[in-house]
Design a protein around this ligand. Structure first.
Ligand code: NAP
Length: 265
């Protein structure tokens, strides 16, 4: 693994991007940052990152570009601005959850000599800060292995788009599992059973991981982003259970900004 500090541009400093960018800066990489809401970069800039006024300026001199954006619309909008400024030899890692179709659309527009790795992540803000994300990589990770190692553990998934595809599989299983735990708790309540008893016994069975996620306190994965991920899945295949889960997710506007665990409250 090449350990020479690479010049990194990080675009998208939301709940996930900010702690991820912080790890790259703290590891000694020269870091240029851009975020639509510029103030979110303030703390990084105070600690030595360079603030770019636009996506194009952010990536112009970068060896590695990392994007962590909300959804396909955001990724495509930022891509419109950054792609013309990418120079040959740049490696672009997209860690956003956008699905394989968007990854293919981005890849089709790459300038010659630029690579794109789809590398969406499992794990929330707590694991992003700790560098303990599960990184689902589609394509060749070798040129960016040092950067990825600072963010978490890489699972090679196959060729371009395979990381984005597996991410939809894994996150939809998690979201569906949390929704099922929420319904099981509603059922327990309607049968007059204590919530603690239901949670403890569910957690001792095959849904233990879903119970763990449904009761997590260090995560911040808003219901709105979960709904986006379910919509990406149901646009791909016939998934009646997940279609019902999508309806559940978007039913209460007050929940959209809350962590997924709010489904169980
Ligand atoms: P977030 O806090 O909402 O941040 C989203 C980022 O996208 C912000 O930087 C936001 O800029 C930017 N953005 C949104 N629309 C944009 C547009 N039209 N043009 C330019 N920038 C735009 O979301 P997050 O929790 O960090 O999640 C980011 C991605 O990681 C999502 O794909 C999500 O599904 C995935 N993910 C999240 C988690 C989690 O636990 N949160 C875990 C794994 C994966 P502003 O700051 O200006 O709004």
């Amino acid at each position: 693994m090449d350990t020479t500090p690479q010049k990194i541009a990080f675009l998208g400093l939301g709940s996930m991007g900010l702690p991820m960018a912080r790890r790259l800066l703290d590891a000694g990489h020269p870091l240029t940052v851009w975020n639509r809401t510029a103030a979110k970069a303030d703390a990084l800039v105070a600690d030595g990152a360079v603030r770019a006024p636009s996506p194009a300026e952010a990536v112009r001199d970068a060896d590695v570009v990392v994007t962590m954006l909300a959804d396909p619309a955001a990724a495509l909008a930022v891509a419109d601005e950054l792609i013309p400024a990418l120079r040959p030899g740049t490696h672009w890692i997209d860690t956003s959850t956008v699905g394989p179709d968007t990854v293919a659309a981005l890849a089709a527009r790459l300038p010659a000599g630029v690579t794109l790795l789809d590398a969406p992540v499992m794990g929330s803000v707590d694991r992003a800060a700790a560098g303990e994300l599960l990184i689902l990589a589609g394509g060749d990770t070798a040129p960016v292995a040092g950067v990825l190692a600072l963010l978490g553990e890489v699972t090679p998934c196959g060729g371009p788009g395979a990381g984005a595809a597996l991410k939809l599989v894994l996150i939809n299983a998690v979201i569906g599992g949390v929704a099922l735990v929420a319904e099981a708790l509603t059922l327990a309540d309607s049968l007059g059973l204590p919530r603690d008893l239901a949670l403890r016994t569910l957690g001792a069975g095959p849904l233990s991981g879903a119970v763990g996620r449904a009761t997590a306190t260090g995560s911040h994965f808003p219901v709105a982003l979960a709904a986006k991920d379910v919509a990406l899945a149901t646009a791909t295949a016939k998934l009646p259970v997940l279609e019902a889960v999508h309806n559940l997710l978007v039913r209460d506007p007050a929940l959209l900004g809350e962590d997924l665990a709010a489904l169980t409250r």
